[in-house]
Write a protein that binds this ligand. Structure first.
Ligand SMILES: Cc1cc2nc3c(=O)[nH]c(=O)nc-3n(C[C@H](O)[C@H](O)[C@H](O)COP(=O)(O)OP(=O)(O)OC[C@H]3O[C@@H](n4cnc5c(N)ncnc54)[C@H](O)[C@@H]3O)c2cc1C
Length: 424
C-alpha cells in the first residue's frame, strides 16, 4: 500500500479542484490533487490536458502543469477512515493519503428522469453521450435527438455535431417565455452572451424547440424512434441515438463522507468555502450548480483559505458572487415542469441496478420504505441515479452513498488507517 502525506488534499481535478490546488501551492502550501479520471479537467475540460482549445482550460491546466502540486490521477476516493486519512483506489493498488486540510471539488452529475424507453440501448444522458463522444466513441453520421433541460443540451449538441453526428432536434422543456427572459438577462453579462451566441451560431440549422420533451422511445430491433411532445403536438422522430438530461445535481457523497453539513441538496459553506468540518473546504458544483466561472472562483478561494492565506482570495469573492447569481438565474429559468412527473408508466424502471419499477416505488411512503420493500437505490450505483430522480419525483430525501463510495476489492481497504474504536 502506497502512502503519501500532504498539507492540502484536493479531491477532484475539474476547474474547481485545479484552481484550488494551484492557489494552495501559490500560497505556499504543499498540495496534492487527485481525480478518478486519467487526466485533470473534469467534465468541461475533458481531453484538454495536452491539447487545450479553451482559453480558461489553457490557463488553468497550464498553471497546474507548471505548479509543484502533486497529482494522483486514475485514483478514486473510496473511503475516509478518520480525520486526516483518505483511501484511494487505483489500478496500481490502493493509496493511503494523510492530509492536514482538504478541499472537496467533486462536481455534479446529470439528473435522469424515467420515461418509457429510457433504459433501451441507444438512449443516454445528454452529458453522458457528450462524454462518450469526447472520449472518441463514434457518433459520426448518427441521427441524434437531444432533450431535457438547461445549457448542457446545447453544449452536448455542439460536441456531437462537431464529431459528425446529425442532431435532428434539441428539445428543451422550459417555456419560450422563460428562455426569452433568460436571454434578456444574459445581455447584462457580455461574456455569457457571447458564449451563448457562439453556441447557437455553431448549431445553425439544428431545430431547437422549447416546451418540448421526450415522452417515449421505441425500438423494434431494426429501428428506433423518439416520441417528442412539442407544445400541444406529439412528433415522432426516427433516430439512432437519444440523449436526455434534466440538468445537474451536486455530487454529495464525498462531502457527506467527510461529515460536512448538507442543506437543500448542497454542501453548506461560509464565505471562504469552509464547510462545517474544521479544515475541510468545498468548491464547485457541490455547493450548488453554478457553472465553470463559479467553480473557478470558489476553487481559488478554497485553495488560498486551505493554505491559511484567505486574504489572497479577495479578488475572487466578487466573481464568485456574480457567478452564484448566474447560477440562481439558471435554476429559475430551467426549473422542471410538473408534467415530467407523469412520464413514467407503472412498469417503467426507476432503479435500473435493482430492477425496481416506478409503480412499486411510488406505492411507498418514503425513501427508507422504498429501500426496504423494493431495494430502490441499493445496487451498484448506490442510488446516484434513481435517488436523485426519486427526490425530484416524490420529494424524498434519498440520502447519499456511504463509504466505500464505489465497489472496491476488500484487500485495497487499508485497515491500519482505521482506529480501533471504529470496530473494524
Ligand atoms: C456530464 C457532464 C458534462 C458537462 N459538460 C459541460 C460542457 O460541455 N460545458 C459546460 O460549460 N459545462 C459542462 N458541464 C458542467 C460543468 O461540469 C460545470 O460547469 C463545472 O465545470 C464544474 O466544475 P467542477 O470542478 O465543480 O466539477 P467537475 O468538472 O465535474 O469536476 C469534478 C471532478 O471530481 C472527480 N471526482 C468526483 N468524485 C470523485 C472521487 N470519489 N474520487 C476522485 N475523483 C472524484 C471527477 O472525476 C471530476 O473530474 C458538464 C457537467 C456534466 C455532469
Amino acid at each position: 500500500m502506497a502512502e503519501i502525506s500532504t498539507e492540502v488534499l484536493v479531491v477532484g481535478a475539474g476547474p474547481a479542484g485545479v484552481a484550488a490546488a494551484v492557489c494552495a501551492e501559490r500560497a505556499g502550501a504543499r498540495a496534492l490533487v487527485a481525480d478518478m479520471q486519467a487526466e485533470p479537467g473534469g467534465q468541461i475540460w475533458r481531453g484538454q490536458w495536452n491539447n487545450a482549445t479553451n482559453r480558461d482550460a489553457a490557463r488553468w491546466l497550464g498553471a497546474l502543469a507548471s505548479s509543484p502540486a502533486a497529482t494522483l490521477f486514475g485514483a478514486r476516493l473510496v473511503a475516509l477512515p478518520r480525520a486526516g486519512h483518505a483511501l484511494f483506489d487505483t489500478s496500481r493498488g490502493a493509496v493511503h493519503v494523510r492530509y492536514e486540510r482538504a478541499v472537496i471539488a467533486t462536481g455534479a452529475r446529470e439528473l435522469l428522469l424515467p420515461f418509457p424507453g429510457w433504459t433501451l440501448p441507444g438512449v443516454f444522458g445528454a452529458g453522458g453521450l457528450q462524454v462518450l463522444a469526447k472520449n472518441g466513441w463514434p457518433v459520426a453520421g448518427k441521427r441524434v435527438v437531444v432533450a431535457g433541460s438547461g445549457p448542457l443540451l446545447l453544449a452536448a449538441a455542439d460536441t456531437l455535431r462537431a464529431r459528425g453526428a446529425r442532431v435532428a432536434l434539441v428539445a428543451e422543456q422550459c417555456s419560450r417565455g422563460a428562455l426569452a427572459a433568460f436571454g434578456a438577462r444574459l445581455a447584462r453579462t457580455p461574456r455569457k452572451l457571447a458564449q451563448a451566441a457562439g453556441l447557437f451560431a455553431r448549431l445553425a440549422g439544428v431545430p431547437y424547440r422549447t416546451n418540448a420533451w421526450v415522452v417515449r422511445v421505441e425500438d423494434d430491433g431494426t429501428s428506433r424512434r423518439a416520441l417528442v411532445r412539442v407544445g400541444a403536438h406529439e412528433r415522432r422522430i426516427d433516430c439512432d441515438l437519444v440523449a436526455v438530461g434534466y440538468g445537474l445535481v451536486p455530487n454529495l457523497d464525498v462531502a457527506a463522507g467527510f461529515g460536512c453539513d448538507v442543506a437543500g441538496g448542497r454542501v453548506v459553506v461560509d464565505g471562504h468555502q469552509h464547510t462545517s468540518v474544521p479544515g475541510v473546504y468545498c468548491a464547485g458544483e457541490g455547493t450548488g450548480i453554478g457553472g465553470v466561472d463559479q467553480a473557478l472562483a470558489q476553487g481559488e478561494i478554497a485553495g488560498y483559505a486551505a493554505a491559511g492565506r484567505a486574504e489572497r482570495a479577495a479578488g475572487a469573492l466578487a466573481r464568485r458572487d456574480a457567478a452564484a447569481r448566474f447560477g440562481a438565474l439558471l435554476a429559475r429559468t430551467f426549473a422542471l415542469r410538473d408534467e415530467l412527473r407523469d412520464l413514467a408508466a407503472d412498469d417503467t424502471l426507476l432503479c435500473r441496478c435493482e430492477n425496481v419499477a416506478f409503480g412499486d416505488a411510488a406505492a411507498c411512503a418514503e425513501a427508507r420504505e422504498a429501500r426496504l420493500m423494493t431495494r430502490l437505490g441499493m445496487g451498484h450505483c448506490q442510488g446516484r441515479v434513481c435517488g436523485a430522480a426519486a427526490q425530484w419525483l416524490f420529494g424524498w430525501n434519498a440520502g447519499t452513498p456511504r463509504p466505500p463510495f464505489a465497489p472496491v476489492r476488500i484487500d485495497k481497504l487499508d485497515f491500519s488507517a482505521y482506529s480501533p474504536s471504529d470496530g473494524v
